[in-house]
Every structure is written in C-alpha cells, then in structure tokens.
Design a protein around this ligand. Sequence first.
Ligand code: 13P
Ligand code: SF4
Length: 377
Amino acid sequence: MDVKVLTEYEQSSLSQRQPLPERYLGLGLEEMERRIRAAKATLGDRLLILGHHYQRDEVLVHADVVGDSWKLSRECKARSQAEFVVFCGVHFMAESADILGADHQKVSLPDLAAGCSMADMADLDQLTTCWRELEAMGLTEGLVPVTYINSSAAIKAFVGEHGGTICTSGNARATLEWAWARGQRILFMPDQHLGRNTAWKMGVPLDQMLVWDPEEVAGGHTAEALRASRLLLWKGHCSVHTRFTVSQIANIRKQHPGIRVIVHPEVPLEVVQAADESGSTEHILKRVRESAPGSVWAVGTEIHLVNRLANEVAPGKTVVTLDQFGCLCSTMFRVSPNHLLWVLEGMIDGVVHNHIVVPEPTKHWARVALDRMLSIQ
Ligand code: 13P
Ligand code: SF4
C-alpha cells in the first residue's frame, strides 16, 4: 500500500484543522446572511472575499470578486490593500493568494478540508523522483516543467526553480507555446486531460504525447519512447470532470436537436471532440452570456456553475447540465456559510482562523512561477 508522506507544511496545515465551534452549527440561513453582511460592513476595506464559480450560491453571494483561477490570481495581486483575504475556493487557490499577495495580507480558507483531488495526485517526492529518472536518461536538457494551477505550492516552487511555469485553463495554449519556445519537451502536471486537450487543439499528434505514471519506473516507458515524445502528461485527473462522457453528449443532442455543447477542458479528449466548444469556467460563462437569444446550451462542468448560469439566462436562453445527475465538486462544497461567518467574526476579534501561510523558500520559487503565469496570456 502507498503511504503518502506529507511535507512539514502539509502536516501543520492538517493539524490546524478544527471542527466548527458548536455555536456556528445549526444556524438559519437568514441569520447567517445578516451576520456575514454585518461582519463585512465592520471589516470594510480591510477585507477582500474571493469566490470561485463552483462555490455554492449562499457563499458566493458574499464574494467581492467571483472568477476562474486565472482571474482570481490576478485579483489577489492587484488588490494588495486588503489586510484579510478570505478565499472561498479550495486549498491550492488560497495558497496561490498567499504567494501572490502582499506581505501584510493574511489569507484564510474557510474550511481547511476544502482540497482538490487532482492537486493531490502529484506530490513533491514523486516529482523529484520523476526529474531524477529523466535526468539519468539525459532528458532534462530542454525539458520545461509546467504545472496546472491546481497543484500544491511545493510543485509550483519546483517548477519555478527549474525554469518552468504555471497555467490555468484560461491560458493553457499560450503556456504550451511559451514552453515549446524554450525547450523541445514539456512535462505537464497534474492534469493529463488539460494537457492533452490543449496540445491536440494546437495540432500536436497524439503519438508525441506520453502519460507519465508516477507509480511506474521511468513513468512506465523506455528511454527511446521518452526521447521521441514532446509532451509528458502526468497521470492525474479531475474526478468531477472525468464523469462526463460521449454518450451523454449523444443523448442530449437527441433530446434537444441543435443544442450547443460546451465543456471544461478537464474532461477526456473524446468528450472535447464530441462537444462543440471547450474552455475555462470564465470562458463558458462568456460564451453563453454572449450567445444569441433563444440559444440552447448543454454545459459540462461543476453543477453549481451550471445551475447559476441557467437561472441567470432564463427565460431568454436555455442551459442544461450535460450530466443529468449533476457533477458536484464535493471539496468546493465544504466551504459553507457557517465557515464563512466563523472566519469573518474571528477576524473582527483579531483571530485569523485557517490562516494559509506558504513557507519560504517554497513561497519564493512558487511566486517566480506564478508571476511567469501572469505574464503569459
Ligand atoms: P477554472 O480555472 O476554469 O475556474 O477551473 C478551476 C477548476 O478547478 C476546474 O475544475
Ligand atoms: Fe479539483 Fe476537480 Fe474540484 Fe476543480 S472540480 S477543484 S479540479 S476536484
């Protein structure tokens, strides 16, 4: 059985995790709404609440900025005046906010258990082993490491220190262009689907891409095969987006002739091929909002975004979920209004609950990589 060795930082993050105090349980939504608004008014400009599109409505309604990973990273950097940043999203997003934010800013993640299963699929030990194996085969010369923002600060730092960068689903194509301008081969982590879908759309043949399995020696390949490749795709995936299938698309087209299907690029390649379009959460929203009146869309991404969009554009346009059972990101869902209220009232009392602090030198190198990301559009 594999035992995941936690870094000191991961261990301290987990040991900080604490159950919500009794007095924050069982509160009615109306009372929480009222108290959250009051806490926001008290904290004023000292507070910035960032919210990812996959958050539940009761939480997102309190966000000062709502966006995808790309937009929220930019906002962290741009709004450096706020003393407290509450990140309603998942752990890697709050880490990125701490890395990109100003030194005086304190970032809080309302529930420390809000992680990302994909980010957990690549750890620093595995990446270090991968790099050493490739180095032994003489394959790190001209190898550019790229990590999706859905990864730990430690992975981001490794990439920064080794001349690589970070991408989001919003700038993945530009990032691969950037990386291939600097080397002949890319190691792309941790989402094989985003890497494959982006490269395939750029016209890279599938036989130039290999999946690197961190559980296998040399990723499961011979040195010859690795040498012939241009893109090494880490064997990671999103458990939410890999639930979308080609047969769901076929069914929805039968039910709604003329429907347009748009999916997030974390879905498998055959689903992107069967859809009409793909793009980041921000891109999906833009496409549907800007489409002609009467348009009918099937959207393949997290259910909270899909439902919110459907309500927003109805009755002029129709939006349905591609998966009728609704794909929920259960870790995003862990951030509740109760957690948000607890964190905000704590700040008023001078306590930062679930304070996310990325230690040096990880922070330095991760910032190098994130700054490179922000310069690639
Ligand atoms: P976006 O960057 O498109 O918002 O996606 C983040 C994410 O976690 C998707 O699963
Ligand atoms: Fe991670 Fe997938 Fe949830 Fe996005 S939807 S945060 S990739 S588990």
